[in-house]
Ligand binder design. Structure first.
Ligand SMILES: Cc1cc2nc3c(=O)[nH]c(=O)nc-3n(C[C@H](O)[C@H](O)[C@H](O)COP(=O)(O)O)c2cc1C
Length: 148
């Protein structure tokens, strides 16, 4: 039985989570959207904020949704506009999370998310949620992953 981390990252905070979970014995699958956010900060925030606000589901490149035999699933998303990111919204339509132990790791500038917990609860009612404040800036935040 394996432990799996499925995540998206636009600016590298999620990659730090992936590195640590890999050290803790997780297999890692990074989600790649067909079209990522624009590079410029202004258009990035406008586009991502809008997409998250309408609960958009990004098209993905070759996503492997098979989680048979995985004992524990951790799903990582940046917080966009208080919500889950559009690549992770798509992932959640593809995974069969029934009877799985699921933890979400949400990384955000503020270390919190207004709407994401409700979105998660609709899909996995008993999911555990861990919030991290941008681990690229606050490296001690990574320690919260020891409790997973
Ligand atoms: C489109 C967009 C919207 C964001 N909205 C929020 C937000 O609502 N609250 C917050 O705390 N941080 C927000 N952020 C900051 C990111 O959540 C934060 O930088 C996160 O760590 C990024 O993860 P990544 O580097 O793995 O992509 C936003 C960033 C982007 C690009």
């Amino acid at each position: 039985m394996s432990k799996l981390f499925i995540y998206y990252s636009n600016t590298g905070n999620g990659d730090l989570v992936a590195n640590r979970l890999e050290e803790l014995g997780y297999d890692v699958r990074k989600v790649i959207p067909k079209k990522d956010l624009p590079k410029s900060f202004f258009f990035k925030v406008m586009t991502g904020g809008f997409l998250a606000g309408i609960n958009a589901k990004a098209k993905l490149v070759n996503f492997d949704a098979n989680i048979d035999g995985c004992e524990k699933i951790v799903i990582g998303s940046p917080v966009w506009n208080g919500r889950l990111s559009s690549p992770i919204n798509k992932v959640l339509t593809l995974l069969d999370l029934k009877d799985k132990k699921v933890t979400f790791v949400l990384y955000a500038g503020s270390g919190e998310a207004k709407h994401a917990p409700k979105q998660i609860q609709k899909i996995v009612s008993d999911a555990n949620i861990i919030f991290l404040k941008e681990p690229k800036k606050y490296s001690e935040e990574i320690k919260k992953l020891e409790d997973i």
